[in-house]
Design a protein around this ligand. Structure first.
Ligand code: NAD
Length: 482
């Protein structure tokens, strides 16, 4: 099979915060994988820009260590060295003048210019302003910004306004790495590339949708930040909301950035406010080898949630009557992210009550073991009458397509290549982010006003009892976290 890797145009990518955790763990190892795959052109230039006083060689050594830790294994040394030779470094002060003329001098004519803001959001305005005052950013240059994109609607608006002073919307790439996952994109292919699903994709046939993002880790190392945020801001407002949009959106007229994002925005705007009765918050307790949430964040009175579960509805023709259940939490039984689209039972069972109740479910699994399965009901093989069982039909593409398809790129590497290509389809638009905050703000404000205290839950379990009740009350149940 012919290689599917299409090299991108020559580019200069500046990583502000090039010595930080994200750059070391995700961005540079991701670029390294694309280099190995042959997607980076020979003269691509990657420039780390941060406060530390490295020279180019010192930075290469520093990044070599990160590639060793977080990059692909068993790469021949000459390949690693070839990648590192394309790396440069500028010691820069985002808030001052230091380093900016050096950076300007390193930019090359005719290269796509992309600037990754892998720094605290408080620096975004300073970076945007200096990129312009030093004539480094051109009208077709791109900036990449990370979450958190604001803390609430007000701060997100202000951040959007700050960036808009220097960059137009088509230059701004707001990353949500969930959108870069292979399976998330495959979800769109399955929905809009097949006749099979779309006619059933509505409240007449779909009983409910459940979206789970479960983590086994606690807030380790991020306690200070996390305690000012919580699961609603850190996960629901962005990642879970994006997944919900892709499940619920109308088919866009074409697969282009604004057509897709217009449809996602309509979903967010059609979301009902969440009733306090349909909301559960939790905080994890201690386990034999880990402290509880409050000890972790060193705040014995913390009322921040490390878990949230909720039920919401989308008020439009397609979805009226189908609830969407969302849950996410830390220190749960397993690291598992999946979307389950659960269909209704058949209107009448010809096999009688002893056949039990069966529902088809389309399971889109993001991690671990990315893939899509469809639970179908069949006859249990063998003699003994008509006993029904549910079995998964595996649509895991990598296996079906064979080894020629190669390694599936990770979310960051795919998204960075999209930035260079100038494709914004998998990035959040400013109005989408604001609409998502407009929906989450009243929930968070309600917790603050009522001084709501999160329910404790067992570390290593599946969340607070109340979250199970949220489903049980509706005669439904969460899929097991495993
Ligand atoms: P970090 O604290 O590890 O690194 C911060 C970087 O910013 C360093 O390179 C530092 O030199 C640079 N910096 C700080 N002040 C500067 C200044 N005045 N001038 C120039 N450079 C300056 O942070 P991180 O974990 O890499 O996170 C970076 C951004 O990405 C943050 O906005 C964070 O919220 C976001 N993010 C990080 C992760 C992650 O996994 N680390 C995940 C999602 C989002």
């Amino acid at each position: 099979m012919v290689s599917r890797v299409i090299p991108v145009e020559p580019f200069d990518l500046v990583i502000f915060g090039g010595t930080g955790d994200l750059a070391r763990r995700k961005i540079l190892p991701g670029l390294f994988r694309r280099f190995i795959a042959g997607q980076m052109p020979q003269d691509a230039q990657i420039i780390g820009a941060a406060r530390a006083e490295y020279d180019a060689d010192g930075y290469r050594q520093f990044i070599k260590q990160s590639l060793f830790e977080f990059g692909p294994k068993d790469v021949p040394n000459d390949v690693t060295e070839a990648f590192l030779s394309g790396l440069d470094y500028v010691a820069i002060d985002a808030k001052g003048t230091n380093g900016w003329p050096d950076l300007a001098a390193k930019m090359r004519d005719g290269h796509v210019r992309a600037f990754y803001f892998s720094v605290a959001p408080a620096l975004f305005g300073d970076l945007a302003e200096r990129l312009h005052s030093h004539d480094i950013a051109l009208p077709d240059s791109r900036i990449v910004v990370e979450k958190p994109f604001g803390h609430d609607l007000k701060s997100a608006r202000s951040l959007n306004a700050t960036l808009a002073q220097h960059f137009s919307e088509d230059q701004i790439y707001r990353i949500d790495h969930y959108l870069g996952k292979e399976t998330v994109q495959n979800l769109m292919a399955v929905r809009f590339g097949n006749m099979l699903f779309e006619p059933l994709w509505n409240a007449l046939y779909i009983d409910h949708v459940q979206i789970t993002v479960a983590e086994t880790v606690g807030v380790d190392g991020r306690g200070g930040y996390y305690d000012t945020s919580g699961a609603m801001r850190d996960m629901v407002q962005n990642h879970l909301m994006q997944l919900l949009c892709l499940i619920a959106m109308e088919p866009p007229a074409k697969f282009d950035p604004d057509a897709v994002r217009d449809e996602k925005l309509k979903v967010i705007r059609a979301l009902d406010p969440v009733s306090p009765h349909h909301l559960v918050r939790g905080q994890y307790g201690a386990s034999s080898d880990h402290p509880d949430y409050r000890a972790h964040v060193e705040n014995r009175r913390s009322r921040t949630e490390s878990y949230v579960a909720l039920k919401t509805h989308i008020s439009n023709w397609r979805w009226a009557g189908t609830p969407f259940y969302l849950r996410t939490g830390k220190r749960l039984r397993a690291r598992s992210s999946e979307i389950a689209v659960v269909f209704k039972e058949t209107p009448h069972s010809i096999f009688g009550p002893e056949a039990g109740s069966h529902r088809n479910a389309l399971i889109i699994r993001l991690q671990p073991d990315e893939g899509i399965t469809m639970d179908v009901t069949i006859k249990e093989p063998g003699p003994g009458g008509m006993r029904l069982i549910d079995v998964p039909l595996d649509m895991t593409f990598a296996e079906a397509l064979g080894p020629e398809v190669g390694e599936v790129p990770d979310a960051y590497e795919r998204l960075i290549m999209d930035v260079i290509r100038g494709n914004q389809t998998l990035f959040m638009r400013g109005d989408e982010v604001e609409a998502a905050w407009a929906w989450t703000d009243p929930i968070i404000n309600h917790w603050g006003e009522t001084k709501d205290v999160p329910k404790p839950y067992d570390a290593g379990g599946s969340g607070p009892e109340d979250a199970l009740m949220l489903m049980h009350r509706d005669d439904r149940k969460w899929r097991e976290i495993r």
